[in-house]
Design a binder for this molecule. Sequence first.
Ligand code: SF4
Length: 302
Amino acid sequence: MNTDIIHPKFKDGRVFVSPVIGCNGGCKYCYLKLRNLNKPSLNNLGVSSLIEQITSHQDFISGKNGTIISIGAWGDIFQNIKTVNYSVKLIIELMKLGNPIQFMSKYGVDSKNASKIANNIQYHNQMLYSTTITSLKKWDELEPFTFSPKKRLDTCNMFQEYGIESNVLIKPFLPGITDIEFEHIIDLLIERGIKYCVVGKLYLNKEIQYNLIHGGIMCENIIKEHSTLDCNGDIEINSSSITSLYDFIKKHNDKRIKIFLKSSCVNSNINQTNNPSNYFINHSRYCINCGNCSKNRILPPR
Ligand code: SF4
């Protein structure tokens, strides 16, 4: 398999772009194993080719109400100076398209790069920065070579200071770990001024599950559903169940923080646009019926 090139992939109103391929983070649950990726390299397609492939695709819709561009699927974008420089260059070029953008990392950037990104924003809330938290207590065991959750939140707060909204992906949601810490994580996010978060299921194949169980991280078989990855719908994989996450959303969704099942819902809420993923209109399980899409689009009755 070619690991120097990954083409942009369209799925459910989003396009997933990977400037970096591979990751040094060593996360025990990581789906990059599905492509045998480890050490990071830059996507050999180059910035102009990546943009050309996005804009010429039949599913691409331009503008604020169009396709959400998601940056960072197959490798963390801010791992080292090389990946930061390349990713920031790509982000700035993609911003010029005027589409909503989500970009994410378990690492961070310095304020010089954050300000470079902020200076190129086309409209308020075009950009959404996300980081992830699965555990506050066991992160160094689970994600040994990444930034600590506290440092990840520092990056979120820095982007907020530059006028870029931040979101925390509480994913993958690991049974026996994330559920036990959930209340504590939410309290910390509220304390740090985070207004949006997303809970997400764990994607895994038998090998990832075997390693999690034999590494003492999980003690049960949690494969509940057959699924595909958002960033590459061609790859078939198993996952934990999303219905188990509804209770956590119901219990903790309050005025101080909004909890969703998909990050495209956060982009749509901050921009007050219909979610191009169409989870609402398609009655998808991913829609928590937050009221945003019924307000922002004329739709047939449910
Ligand atoms: S209405 Fe549903 S799909 Fe639309 S933003 Fe809210 S949760 Fe997401």
